[in-house]
Design a protein around this ligand. Structure first.
Ligand SMILES: C[S@@+](CC[C@H](N)C(=O)[O-])C[C@H]1O[C@@H](n2cnc3c(N)ncnc32)[C@H](O)[C@@H]1O
Length: 334
């Protein structure tokens, strides 16, 4: 544990507790939980997000009042190659349906304009990124793009396409597929691709635990902020599926929250997991991910902290941030 972070908060009792039993930071954390300052922080973290979506001026009621125009704005006017392939009968898993993830009322799937509401909500989730949603996703493409040439790329849990489009733009001669459970998000993703005339991208409604793709279909599978949305069993199914549909020698890269540098950040991150209706953030943090990936047969497994934009780094800045981690592995060539 990095004591300087406790020091900054001037929580000397907790520092003393920690110093007495450094092997049991839980004791210090228990004391911190009772602090008024921490309780204010926790209340604000939960309720600002709640108000953002559901308050009288929240995104949900605001967009609901404009529902018919918004729904029209994303509806395709003609049949063309951009049309997403939706499967209205696709069963949605309970872990997906039963949680209003991110405190988004009705989740990302139950309302035709949920994709638009989610896109607006996401603008203020990641500091510094604004409405271009730019840096994070293009940083991931920079990280992956080592000159290797790809033929087919899959983005699992693509949402409204903000993680998919940077791949399509960087590799214009590569076919890029985005899959998600959310029809409203896929509809928006397709409309955005149409507006950008990004012809090499295609969106389909599928469960990433069991897709419709043939064996050995892709040479790169990627995901951004998807692993922490699914329970461990689904994550294990996803790894099996990624292994099946990757070509021999193909690479899988996920950007998510996993390598947490110390107990203090773990405490804050798991608190966020509970407060923002994201229970699988915690299970992902606690999972021995390297072991799971290895047990499926992958090799060259690499888990490393990832700076989402310039000057965001645990070592440089003791402030709270998401524990961004790039998780990379390859399927053996034989
Ligand atoms: C936090 S969002 C991230 C979206 C996008 N990758 C991005 O970076 O903006 C996670 C996405 O995973 C999707 N998702 C969750 N479980 C899924 C599953 N089993 N199959 C396919 N998509 C899933 C959700 O619908 C959601 O769009």
């Amino acid at each position: 544990m990095n004591l300087t972070r406790w020091d900054k908060l001037e929580i000397t009792e907790e520092m003393l507790l920690y110093q007495k039993s450094p092997e049991r930071p839980a004791k210090a954390i228990k004391a911190l939980e009772k602090k008024t300052l921490y309780r204010y922080f926790a209340w604000l973290e939960r309720h600002l997000q709640k108000m953002k979506y559901s308050g009288p001026y929240g995104l949900a009621p605001y967009h609901s009042e404009r529902r018919s125009d918004l729904a029209k704005s994303i509806k395709a006017k003609r049949k063309d190659s951009y049309l997403p392939e939706l499967q209205p009968d696709l069963p949605l898993p309970n872990y997906y349906k039963n949680i209003d993830t991110h405190q988004h009322p009705g989740g990302l799937w139950s309302d035709e304009i949920a994709g638009i509401v989610y896109e607006r909500g996401a603008r203020s989730t990641t500091l510094l990124l604004g409405d271009s949603h730019g840096d994070l996703h293009s940083s991931l493409v920079d990280y992956i793009d080592d000159g290797h040439s790809y033929e087919r790329i899959l983005d699992m849990g693509c949402g409204f396409g903000k993680s998919t489009m940077p791949f399509a733009q960087r590799f214009p001669n590569v076919q890029v597929e985005g899959i998600d459970l959310s029809a409203p998000c896929l509809t928006l993703a397709a409309q955005n691709a149409r507006k950008a005339k990004q012809k090499n991208v295609h969106f389909q409604q599928m469960n990433l635990e069991k897709t419709n793709y043939d064996d050995n279909s892709f040479d790169l599978i990627t995901s951004t902020m998807m692993l922490h949305e699914i329970p461990t069993k689904a994550l294990k199914n996803m790894l099996d599926e990624a292994y099946r549909i990757l070509r021999p020698g193909g690479r899988m890269v996920h950007l998510d929250f996993h390598v947490i540098p110390d107990e203090f950040h773990r405490f804050l991150h798991y608190g966020h997991s509970a407060r923002n209706n994201e229970p699988y953030m915690r299970t992902l943090g606690e999972l021995d991910l390297e072991k799971e990936i290895s047990s499926k047969g992958f090799e060259n497994i690499d888990l490393r902290q990832f700076a989402e934009s310039d000057d965001t780094d645990f070592e440089l800045d003791g402030a709270w941030r998401f524990p961004w981690t790039a998780i990379s592995a390859t399927k053996p060539t034989n």
